[in-house]
Design a protein around this ligand. Structure first.
Ligand SMILES: NC(=O)c1ccc[n+]([C@@H]2O[C@H](COP(=O)([O-])OP(=O)(O)OC[C@H]3O[C@@H](n4cnc5c(N)ncnc54)[C@H](OP(=O)(O)O)[C@@H]3O)[C@@H](O)[C@H]2O)c1
Length: 257
């Protein structure tokens, strides 16, 4: 097989959470370009419908589902809709997640748990729903989107950083549980220019972040999508339980103390 053919996802069906914008949208489009049919999931139906249209324009089938990953019923409905529509499910991208900076003396324990639920428990629950379908399809693949914040020691990120660190270790552990049929890997992005980062980033910090990045620019969603395609496809057939850091070479954060 020519090496480039190993990046193909033809005949695969992928559920991508947070697919309405940013990194999730870019991954949905990359998987579609490689030949997969896509279930685009996020809370705002208009956004995922627009991305589903972009997938169809690439010649693939697409389903848009409104799904809050924090809601068990909605998670179940999204997976059921995928099976009803496409008859199988082979790929899952746990991309929906996030949290802003927090003051550990002000953020309540209840809010801390919400951050864990959004970033870690939802991925665990979706994995639990999807793996049986992957096994039925003869194999499957999971890509989790964690963050450089999982390993940087920086102030103000005890909730987000701890949640993403948990997702990172969950990735490594589930890879052991589900091998060899289902591979589980993760990507740890550095700062990627999406609406989420734009919202959280004070204007004067952007330059500092760029200076802190050896490759001298912020990342684009497509930088993450390219790594996701590698991890999702047979190109990475001998890779599981690993975290790819896609961060322009940054080894620390510049969030002010
Ligand atoms: N951007 C960065 O610099 C960066 C760096 C490291 C890691 N990450 C991680 O990358 C992932 C994506 O971030 P992004 O920057 O692409 O964010 P984004 O541009 O804000 O997009 C987030 C997507 O997730 C959806 N979403 C939000 N809450 C959801 C929920 N409860 N259930 C289902 N979908 C939900 C949003 O749509 P709705 O609001 O309509 O649901 C949207 O489609 C996150 O896990 C984030 O932690 C980002």
């Amino acid at each position: 097989m020519p090496l480039l053919d190993r990046f193909s996802l033809s005949n695969q069906v992928a559920l991508v959470t947070g697919a309405g914008r940013g990194i999730g949208r870019a991954i949905a489009l990359a998987y579609a370009e490689a030949g997969a049919d896509i279930v685009c999931a996020a809370r705002t139906l208009a956004d995922v419908e627009a991305v589903a249209e972009e997938v169809r324009a690439l010649g693939r089938r697409a389903l848009a589902v409104s799904c809050d990953v924090n809601d068990a019923d909605q998670r179940g409905a999204a997976v059921s809709a995928a099976i009803e529509t496409f008859g199988r499910l082979t790929h899952l991208v746990n991309n929906a997640g996030g949290a802003g900076p927090n003051d550990p003396l002000k953020m309540s324990a209840a809010r801390f748990e919400e951050v864990l639920r959004f970033n870690v428990s939802s991925a665990y629950a979706l994995t639990q729903l999807c793996v049986p379908h992957m096994r039925e399809a003869g194999g499957g693949n999971i890509v989790n989107i964690t963050s450089g914040a999982a390993r940087y020691a920086q102030p103000h990120f005890s909730a987000y950083g701890a949640a993403k660190a948990a997702l990172t270790q969950l990735t490594r552990l589930l890879a052991q549980d589900f091998a060899p049929q289902v591979r589980v890997n993760a990507i740890a992005p550095g700062p990627i220019l999406t609406a989420a980062l734009d919202r959280a980033l004070p204007a004067d910090m952007r330059d500092g972040m760029i200076r802190n990045t050896p490759l001298q620019c912020l990342g684009q969603p497509e930088d993450i999508a390219a790594a996701a395609l590698y991890l999702a496809s047979p190109a990475s057939a001998w890779v599981t339980g690993k975290i790819i850091e896609v961060d322009g070479g940054a080894e620390s954060s510049v969030w002010p103390g």
